[in-house]
Design a protein around this ligand. Structure first.
Ligand code: GLV
Ligand code: MN
Ligand code: MN
Length: 410
């Protein structure tokens, strides 16, 4: 069969997605496989087993990234695809997993057809993409691309107080392969959109051309704990009030900047967290994103000014700690065009788009031409067990991925 006529088996892809989702199940069909947890280990074991069944040479590097390599007819830099299989605590079954399992399904299709590619194909599973347990997000691919020294990454401490390097060793994924193994000729990643654009417009394939900048920080407030009934309002140093004020400010800031600016307070904890005690301490997170670096920087500056004023007016101490900072990314134009052309050839509607979420592809873009293929997320819901993509769209995305990989590897 001619390579351009090859198609993946959608049912086989769905079956693997369901089998991976059996690991770390949560209510309502979602998944919890926080990075380097026991569930992440079990998911990794399953994916590595599938890679070996497909005849891939499996290697694990020093930050726990997994690479399954299918040799090419020539020993050239490989074409790489993949994504991640870690999830947020309340994750769905497609975020990340689709990119990895569609890559494996592509390999299975090539194996069945007895087809060799000129360049090797590598399926990558990057460590800790989500950043929900260890910040920053996209940590494995960031280290892979040379953006963060391995030692610093291994010393990262999780929200539950564990050192990343220790957790990696504990689950058996502190690998021997060097950082930067299989430096790719090109990287292309299939992912669910995780936003509403394709679903609303009834378009099947997104050719992603850029990805917005991400600014994460943790804000720690130290006030004074006191009696909720006896302390006059004017004499309070209330960390709980400050946390609420910051949350409200973030929403106002996004509205005032407008355009695509987004701001989120996703986590907040109070201490001692009791009904009749003014909070002594609060810790919260701020997630700011924009496709325009200058606007994003402006948003960070306005938040900093607000925090300084708040500390003064409430008489509290506020400290910030940077958790992640990535500039907006432009993906490879030729690759985006290739994705559009393949989508058109396969008869799928398509459009250019921006990624609102962070992805491993943004780190790979630092070292090789990189691009992304999006498929619709029903009602734009993600990081939620209700995350859903229609099987026909999963299949369409996997077929576009396979054809793009074949062209790049020819
Ligand atoms: C990663 O999933 C992110 O965009 O937060
Ligand atoms: Mn993802
Ligand atoms: Mn995610």
């Amino acid at each position: 069969m001619k390579p351009e006529a090859l198609r993946i088996d959608g049912e086989r892809l769905m079956a693997r997605l369901a089998q991976l989702a059996e690991i770390g199940p949560i209510e309502d069909g979602g998944n919890c496989r926080l990075a380097l947890s026991d569930e992440d280990k079990a998911g990794r074991d399953r994916v590595c087993g599938w890679m070996r069944e497909l005849g891939l040479e499996v290697a694990v590097d020093a930050i726990g990234n997994i690479f399954g390599c299918r040799r090419g007819s020539e020993d050239l830099p490989p074409v790489m695809t993949g994504s991640h299989i870690d999830t947020v605590r309340t994750g769905g079954r497609y975020d990340g997993n689709l990119g990895v399992l569609a890559g494996l399904e592509g390999v299975r299709t090539l194996n069945d057809a007895g087809l060799a590619t000129r360049r090797p194909l590598v399926i990558a599973v990057f460590s800790n993409e989500e950043g929900a347990r260890f910040a920053p997000d996209m940590l494995g691919s960031l280290v892979y691309a040379g953006g963060l020294p391995l030692g610093d990454a291994l010393d990262t401490v999780s929200i539950d107080g564990q050192r990343l390097g220790d957790e990696l060793t504990r689950i058996g994924y502190a690998g021997a392969a060097p950082i930067g193994l299989h430096r790719p000729h090109a990287y292309v990643e299939l992912h669910i959109e995780q936003g509403p654009v394709l679903d609303v417009e009834q378009v099947t394939i997104g050719a992603v051309e850029n990805l917005q900048g991400i600014s994460w920080q943790e804000i720690a407030i130290a006030g004074q704990s006191n009696h909720a009934g006896t302390t006059p309002m004017r004499l309070r140093h209330d960390a709980g009030y400050c946390a609420a004020a910051i949350g409200t400010f973030l929403r106002r800031l996004a509205g005032e900047i407008g355009g695509g600016q987004v701001c989120t307070m996703g986590a907040v904890t109070l201490h001692p967290n009791l009904i009749n005690v003014i909070a002594a301490r609060a810790k919260l997170t701020a997630d700011l994103r924009n496709t325009d670096e200058a606007v994003l920087r402006g948003a960070e500056q306005r938040l900093a000014a607000f925090l300084a004023d708040l500390a003064l007016s409430e008489g509290v101490h506020i400290e910030t700690r940077r958790l992640a900072r990535f500039e907006p990314v432009q993906f490879d134009e030729a690759l985006a065009r290739r994705i559009e052309q393949v989508a058109a050839r396969l008869g799928h509607s398509h459009r250019r788009m921006t990624s609102g979420a962070g992805h491993d592809a943004q780190m790979l873009a630092r070292i090789c031409p990189a691009g992304m293929i999006f498929v619709p997320s029903v009602r734009g819901i993600s990081h939620n067990p209700a995350e859903h993509t229609e099987p026909a769209h999963l299949e369409a995305g996997a077929n576009v991925l396979l054809q793009v990989l074949l062209e790049l590897a020819a």
